[in-house]
Design a protein around this ligand. Sequence first.
Ligand code: MN
Length: 748
Amino acid sequence: MSEVKVKSNKLSTTEDEHIEIEKAYQALCAAVKVKTDPEDQANIQAAYELAVKAHAPQRRKSGEPYIFHPIAVARICAEEIGLGPTAIVAALLHDVVEDTAVSLEDLDEQFGSKITNIVDGLTKLDNAYDAESPQAENFKKVLSTLIDDVRVVLIKMADRLHNMRTLGAMPRHKQLKIASETEFIYAPLAHRLGLYAFKTEFQDLCMKIREPETYHQIAKKLRETKRSREAYIQAFIKPIETHLDEMDIPYRITGRPKSIYSISNKIKNKKVSFEEIYDLFAVRIILDAEPKKEKPACWIAYSSVTDIYHPIPERLKDWITTPKSNGYESLHTTVVGPNGRYVEVQIRSERMDEISEKGFAAHWKYKGVSAQPDVYDRWLGSVRELLENKDSDAIEFLNDFKTNLFSEEVYVYTPKGDMRILPKGATALDFAFDIHTEVGYHCTAIKINNALVRIGYKLRNGDQIEVITNKNQKPNEDWLKIVVTGKARSRIRAAMKEERRKKGELGKEALERKFKNLKVPFDEKNVEKVVEYYKLKSRIDLFYAIAMEEINLQDFSKYFQVENNALILIKITEPLIGSATTDENPAPVARKNKKEIDPSSIVINGQSGDHFKYSLSACCKPVQGDDIFAYMSNNGCKIHRASCPNATQLMANYGYRIMKAEWASSMSNNFVADIVITGVDSGRGVIERISQTISTFLDLNIRSFHIDGNQGFFEGRIKLIVSNKNQLNHAIHALKEMDGIQSVVRVS
Ligand code: MN
C-alpha cells in the first residue's frame, strides 16, 4: 500500500542491497510449497524481474528498497497461506500498477488475464482505500472484492500482515489508525476465513501498538517462564507419547503458549495475574489418519489422554461432529496435569490442523473430503446477499455484517421440520422474516415448541417455531430493536420508510404552503437547503419532522430569507433538532450522570480523569467495574462500555479518538443501570414481589419501574441504582432466582 512508501532521490539500489534482494527472492522460491512446473517457475521469475525493475526508484519509510515488500508479501502467501504460483505472481506484482509506470495492459500481455484481474482487484482496493474515509466504507470495498476472487483478499491479508510487521517506521498516529483498522476489519475477517494464525498475529501486533507496556510485560514474563513451561510440557506429554506409540497411527505433539493478546484478555476479564492463569499453553495432538479414520483416531487419542489425566467434563468440546461455522474441526478437552495444573489438550487430524490454521485457503484442497456441508460457499452467498442490499449505508452494513457473518449460528426448525440456520442471537421475529417478508410484516405471535413466547425470544438450537400472523399487524420502530439479522432489519426499515413517507405528506404540504407565502419556488434546490440546515438525511426525514412537529415552521423566517427565487440562510445558529444525540452534542442525560460521579474516579490513558472533561455516555450508562473506554470528542471525553452497541461505530469511524479508560479503585458513587425482566405473570402481584426483592432483600433503590403484560407474559424495565458492577450482578442473580422469572438482563 502506498502509505508506507516514499520516492527516493538516491539512485537505484546499492550492490549490497542487490545481494540482499536476490537472497530474499531465493528464500521465497524455497518457501513455495505447492508443486510448480517449469512454466510456473518462469512466470514467477518474470514477475520478480518486472517488479524489481519497476520499483527500483522506490524505498519504504524504513529506508530499505521497496521491492523487499512485494517479495515478503509473496513469501507470506506461499509459506503461511500455502497459495500457489498464480497468487505468488500476483503478490509480486501487487503494487506495480498503482505505483509504477507498468499498466494493466502490460501485465495482460505478459501474464494473461487471470493475474491481471487479481492485480486489478488489489489496485482497486488500494485506490478505493482512503485513510481519511470511514473504515466502514473501506471494509465494504474489501468484501466486494472478496466475492469476486477470494485470492484478492488472501493476498490483501498478506500485504496487511507484512505492513503490520514493519509498522515501526511510521509515525505513531498512523500506527494507531492502521492498527485499529486491522483489529476492526482484518482480524475478524481472518477469523471468519479460518486464517487462525493470521488472526492471532494481527491481534498481537495491534496490541503491541495500542498497549505497548502490557504487551512487553507479558512477552517478558513468557520469556522468563519459557524454560519451566517447556519442562512442564515435556513431563506432561511423555506418558501420552508412550500410550500413542502403541497405536498404529503416526502423530505429532506440540505445546505452545497462547497468544499475548489472549493472555492479556484473560488477565483483564478474569481479573487474575499472569501467574494465576492456569492455561497459558495448549497441547496439541495431531494425527496422521486417512479421512475415513480421522474421527475414531481422535477419540482413541482422547481416550489415551484421559486414561492418564483426569478430564474436566464440562470443558469437553467436540467440534469434529459439529464443526464451527468457519469450518474449524477439533476435539478439545481440559485435564488435570501434574501438580494439579489444568492443561488444555486439542486433538485433531493433519487435515483438520491445516484447515484450522489456513481455513479458507486449505479448504479448497480438501473440498469434498469432509462430510460437512460447504461452510464457505454458504457464507460467501450470505456476503453476496448483504452486499446486494443497496438500502443500508456503510455503517449499517458493517453492523449487520458483524452480527450476521462473523458470528456463530443456531439451527432451528419450521413446523414441517425444515431446518433454517440463523446467526446466534437471532430472535423469533428474525425467524419470521427469514421465512418470508410478508410473514415477518404480519407476525403477531410466536410459538416455540408449542408454547407462546414473546416475538423477541432468542432462538436456541433445536427450537421448532410456528409464526402466527394477522393481516392487520404491521412493523413498528420497536421491532428494529428486536431483530438482529440484516434481512429483517432492512425489511423493517423499508416498511418504516414507507410509513414515514406517508406521514410526511402532511409536512410536505405545510412546507409547500410556507414556501408559497414566502413566494419562493418549491423546488429541489430550495428544499435541500432546509434539509441541510436541519442536518437531516433526506427530504422524507424533513417532511416527517415537520409533520411530527419536531420542526416548527413559525421560526422559519428567522433563519431564511428569499433572494432571486432562492432561499438564503440568514444566520448560523444551532438547529433545533437533527442529530442531537450524537456524541458530538452530549445529551442532557449525560450531564446529569456527570454530577453523580467524582471526576477523579476514572483513569484515562493512565492519568487521572479530571485532566479530561469527561462524562459517562448516556447510550450505555457504564457503572463501576464495567470494561470501559474513552472517546475523545470536540466536547471532551465520553466514557463508554466496551460492549456498548455504539462502540463498533465509533471505533470504525474514529479509531484514533479511542483512549484507554479504567475505573479508579476506591469510590462510592451511584450509577443507574437499566435491567429488563421477563417472566410469566401468575397474577400474584409481580410488581410487588420484584420491588420487595430489590428493596428489602437486596437493599437497593429503584429509580423507575415500568411493566407491560402480553398474553400471560410480562416485561418489566427497571432503573436500578447500584454502586458497582458486583452489586448489579448480585441483584440480577437474585432476581433470576425468583419464581416465574424467565430472564433478567442488563440493557443499554
Ligand atoms: Mn503492498
